[in-house]
Design a protein around this ligand. Sequence first.
Ligand code: GUN
Ligand code: FE
Length: 454
Amino acid sequence: MSNVKQLFYGTIIHSLSLDKLHIIKNGLLSVDGDGKIVSLQENVEAEELDSILEGLAEDSKLIRLSEWQFIMPGFIDTHTHAPQYANAGTGMDLPLLEWLEKYTFPLEHSFSSTEFAAKIYPRFVSHLLRNGTTTAVYYATIHLESSKYLAETVKGSGQRGFIGKVNMDRNSPEYYVENSNDSVLHTEEFVKYVLDLDAGENLVQPIVTPRFAITCTEKLMTALADIAAKYDVPIQSHLSENTAEIAFVSELFPDIKDYTSVYDHHKLLNHKTIMAHGVHLTDDERDLLKQRNVGISHCPNSNLALRSGVCKVRQLLQDGIKVGLGTDISGGGSKSILDAMRRASATSRVVAMTDGNGEHLKLSELVFLATMGGAELVNLQDTVGNFKVGKDFDALLIDPCAEGSPIDVFDMDDTERVFEKFIFLGDDRNIIDVFVKGRRVSGGGISGLSTAWY
Ligand code: GUN
Ligand code: FE
């Protein structure tokens, strides 16, 4: 225990599997100087703490949580568009393709200026952190320079992130489209830049980002698959979000069986691929996604706001497909993964009522999707997502009784009920500290009233 730098004593809650939420009372979690979890003990009596502390280096500190406080793993947002943050909460009157034309492409075009990007990106990244998102998977825009700037911003914030320079070389407005060759050249330059930017730590990584099959030629998709393979980096895109989109894809690729097969045909589907939405998938498409071990980012806020449809997450899980949650700013208006959990819950209730397809998602499943499910999508299931020994400490310190808390805690509550109240009613006022790899990256510091530092 000599390299232990931080110890957390109190309630610790994390996900072990879809149906196992592990609630540890009087837990003691220790983190070393590299931000790794060294040990996790249950039922440690307060009297035992003194002797444990005696063996520790002088500069290590103990954070003692108060009665209702707890720590839990950080949230993973597996799909969000950083430039669209400026539009969040607006423009929800149109379906996907019209919404892109009228609101989204004009805004994204403004990111040809890095000065414009500087007004949006730092705020977005810091607001995601404040809301507990310790890992985010970002779309930037088609612009090389401001995409690099987003990667630098994420790196500077201490967040774990995947950043994609968007590719689109057709069916796009003339003011917001790339020449195919430039698109490929800029993507390779971007990938190399981000790999170098964070070579030592690997907190920030590039992700190859063909926007969707509608805006990418065959030549471009093939070249992007080659870049992803050459640098062994992940891929993200949109799949089967909206019926008009699906019809357009089948017009563009009349000889390919379905939308999922279009991506497969261009070698874009593998265990590192994240596809957003998957609302209207056929049985064959789900089979193919499972075979290729592709993950689906479920973005329920966006699916409801753009009236795209109701994603059948239970079915995806039953088929053995990896699922995580996404905010999809600004198709979805909320930057919070808590919101994504609530809307995933509501969406699954609608499916259960209208489809007769099984049960709505339970609390343990929602927590899994927001943490471990996301970790599986980004292939970091051995690094983050829960508090198994050896993983990095990406965590939130939650105070259900924080100043201005939207949660009311009563005498008859117990830990599980208070946790559930946080998931369904809490917000960033309850997230008082945020850690990535053991480093505090957001929050006022637990030096507040209810915790003691040693
Ligand atoms: N499909 C292609 N681009 C987008 C986008 O920016 N948002 C959403 N929700 N779907 C898309
Ligand atoms: Fe999206």
